[in-house]
Design a protein around this ligand. Structure first.
Ligand code: FES
Length: 107
């Protein structure tokens, strides 16, 4: 199972092994990771699953959809070049070791 590492704004890290096909928001909510809310359940309607990636990890992912682009503009925390909505990151074996940084607020 691929591992994803959740890093809080205070640099605390939690590593989770997620079944391939699980998205990063679902993994966080299921395992009680603070800071990823996932209010809309992954329907691209809330942006409370906002995360930051390193440039290297960002380049490993498929491009954002148009709707994800729009939703990121309404995210509570500052949008950065490597911002993603974690409900749109589906884990695969190729993404093993992905690190997502959680903003200090989703509201
Ligand atoms: Fe709502 Fe990701 S969970 S946009």
């Amino acid at each position: 199972m691929p591992t994803v590492i959740y890093r809080t704004a205070a640099c605390e890290e939690t590593a989770l092994d997620l079944k391939a096909g699980t998205n990063v928001m679902e993994g966080a909510v299921t395992h009680g990771i603070d800071g990823i809310v996932g209010e809309c359940g992954g329907a691209l309607m809330c942006a409370t699953c906002h995360v930051y990636l390193s440039e290297a990890d960002f380049a490993r992912l498929p491009a954002r959809s148009e709707v994800e682009e729009e939703m990121l503009d309404s995210a509570a925390a500052e949008r950065r070049a490597t911002s993603r909505l974690s409900c749109q990151i589906k884990m695969t074996d190729e993404l093993d070791g992905l690190v997502v940084e959680i903003p200090d607020s989703q509201y």
